[in-house]
Design a protein. Structure first.
Length: 298
């Protein structure tokens, strides 16, 4: 019986087998473009729009499917990479493995990983200073949502349209470096008060949008200013038994502003009085007062 003999090419080139394995592993990695539902030639505006849609769709406060939190984190990480020109270039050429190697070497666009995704999204300071000085946040918004006792008792789903201010798509092109800027609206300059004596003077300057960054007025990339109006569709899930004072929160949905992360949007539940005044609530119990004739009572 003749036994099959291995070819000389496989004995001489074991690297070919290793290369095939590496290629198959790379192909099995997460495709950030597919994750956001866009093509590889998508513009910065298309990438940002896709991220907003996907993040709202998979936000754990809105999507109760199993694995929604993990999906939301993957979407956020995909946006962190594709919205950064340096990281995007590395990913397009070398995939996830290339990004990991760049991070290990201490390079890669000044990013700070998934924990810093909102700093990347809404614009922030640079490099290792993020760990020392936490980025400011825009004001959170509280909106009362008035519900009937029936809605609280049976549960309900309410569609809400929220209007907010979002960053101009090309806002980063309207900034310039300025070392006197020490954060949003904060400018610090050195002033000599006497020979050999210098003091720091802090003053308000709305042109400062982040540490080391200043806004360029009359920028053609953002003719309407730093922000533009956007309508966001939200779904409020009113679960059975919710009580007045409970809060439904959408994180990072308040107004955006350069150099700041977006604040949270809070819907505070308020109970409308019973129109017929038939029932009253005590905890999870409903009570109704009725007059019963003596004849029926007996």
């Amino acid at each position: 019986m003749a036994w099959p003999r291995s070819s000389s090419s496989s004995r001489k080139n074991p690297q070919s087998l290793l290369l095939c394995v590496l290629v198959s592993l790379a192909n099995a990695a997460t495709d950030y473009y597919k994750l956001l539902g866009i093509g590889r030639r998508a513009t910065a505006k298309e990438i940002k729009k896709a991220y907003r849609q996907k993040s709202l769709e998979w936000h754990p406060d809105k999507n109760k499917q199993e694995g929604a939190s993990e999906k939301f984190a993957e979407i956020a990480h995909a946006y962190e990479v594709l919205s950064d020109e340096s990281k995007k270039g590395i990913y397009d050429q070398h995939g996830e493995e290339g990004l990991k190697q760049q991070e290990q070497r201490g390079g890669g666009g000044g990013g700070g990983g998934f924990d810093d995704i909102f700093s990347q999204f809404f614009g922030g300071g640079g490099g290792g200073r993020r760990d020392q000085q936490r980025e400011q946040q825009t004001a959170s918004v509280e909106i009362p949502i008035r519900l009937t006792m029936t809605q609280l008792y049976l549960g309900d789903t309410i569609e809400v349209e929220y209007v907010r201010e979002t960053l101009c798509v090309n806002w980063q092109e309207c900034t310039k470096n300025n070392q006197e800027c020490h954060g949003p609206g904060v400018k610090v300059r050195m002033q000599q008060i006497a020979p050999g004596f210098v003091q720091q003077v802090q003053q308000r300057d709305e042109r400062c949008i982040a540490r080391g960054k200043m806004w360029r007025p009359n920028c053609k990339e953002c003719p309407n200013g730093q922000t533009e109006t956007e309508k966001v569709d939200l779904t409020l899930d009113i679960t059975k038994g919710m009580r007045p004072g409970e809060v439904i929160t959408f994180e990072g949905v308040a107004d955006e502003k350069p150099g700041m992360t977006a604040g949270d949007l809070h819907f505070i539940i308020m109970e409308l009085p019973d129109s017929k005044d038939e029932f009253h609530r005590d905890g999870d119990q409903l009570y109704k007062t009725m007059e019963v004739p003596l004849v029926d009572a007996l």
